[in-house]
Design a protein around this ligand. Structure first.
Ligand code: NAP
Length: 265
């Protein structure tokens, strides 16, 4: 199977590297990118660098659109004449509905939401497909370096906050956790960050491997009258409002962006 990627930025390169790590031959990867310097870097890896997006689209059986949402329409305009119905089009663009792509392609269309942490083989990629997608070639391809969760397209916005945005959001939380501790210690920010990342990693592993709910871990650590109990009470009081506001903002931003993108189509 020939794989095409249009847009070799943060996510396009993450997918390309994931495909190669999990067995795709570099010569079966066809990639185009607006900036030439990034295309030159591809050739040294044995990947076929295409000058024009149309070349990528012609070569690909499955074609990943990895440009920003507002760039999708110009790219589709560019490649529409070579989009034969046998091709499988996969968009990773946030806020772009499958129906928009179907205006340009009568074949299989999927919308996926990858996550940066799949660059180390972790995390969940959300997927939704139109009725023309048959078989599981896409799941097998991306499933080599990420867990796959098929979800209704209507759930994409909120669930992508929990999977794709979350590495950024969790990093903010950890950074603030560290910064609030710094006035109470002689260790520097880097040393504190190392402790917190190790602890966050271990907590995630414990939750995952034990299958225990959050409340079990909380009650096992927050013993009656102890320091964790006091700290947890502060978080339980303040965080519902913070997270409520955070989701309100992220969903509002996604809705605004979806409206702007849809207007283009
Ligand atoms: N970042 C994330 O964590 C994340 C997660 C899930 C989904 N997404 C989605 O993934 C998509 C890409 O995001 P990103 O973070 O990878 O952005 P990015 O790093 O800016 O990459 C976009 C790439 O597309 C290229 N490009 C733009 N217009 C093009 C065109 N007409 N033809 C060919 N290439 C073109 C850009 O080329 P230049 O080198 O010229 O800029 C750039 O390399 C977005 O739609 C975003 O919603 C991102």
């Amino acid at each position: 199977m020939k794989i095409g990627i249009i847009g070799y930025g943060s996510m396009g390169s993450m997918l390309a590297e994931g495909f190669i790590r999990t067995g795709t031959m570099p010569g079966d990867l066809f990639i185009s990118n607006r900036t030439e310097s990034k295309r030159q870097a591809l050739q040294t890896k044995g990947i076929v660098a295409c000058t024009y997006n149309r070349e990528t689209a012609v070569a690909a059986d499955i074609l990943f659109l990895c440009v920003k949402p507002m760039e999708i329409k110009p790219v589709l305009e560019e490649i529409k004449s070579v989009l034969t119905p046998d091709k499988h089009l996969v968009s990773i663009a946030g806020s772009l509905k499958i129906a928009c792509i179907e205006k340009y392609h009568s074949g299989a269309v999927s919308r996926i939401m990858p996550t940066l942490i799949s660059s180390i083989g972790e995390g969940v990629t959300l997927m939704a497909h139109n009725h023309r997608v048959t078989g599981n070639a896409l799941e097998k391809l991306v499933g080599g370096f990420s867990r796959i969760r098929n979800v209704p397209e209507s759930e994409f916005e909120i669930l992508s906050d929990l999977t794709s945005c979350a590495p950024g959001l969790f990093s903010v939380m950890m950074r603030e956790f560290v910064r609030a501790a710094i006035t109470h210690t002689t260790l520097d920010e880097k040393e504190l960050a190392a402790l917190v990342v190790e602890t966050m990693y271990g907590t995630a592993r414990l939750l995952k491997e034990s299958g225990e709910p959050f409340d079990n871990i909380i009650s096992r650590v927050a013993t009656k009258g102890g320091a964790t109990e006091a700290g947890a009470a502060v978080l339980e009081q303040g965080l519902p409002q913070v997270f409520g506001e955070m989701f309100r903002k992220t969903l509002e931003r996604q809705a605004d962006r979806a409206a702007a993108v849809e207007k283009e189509f």
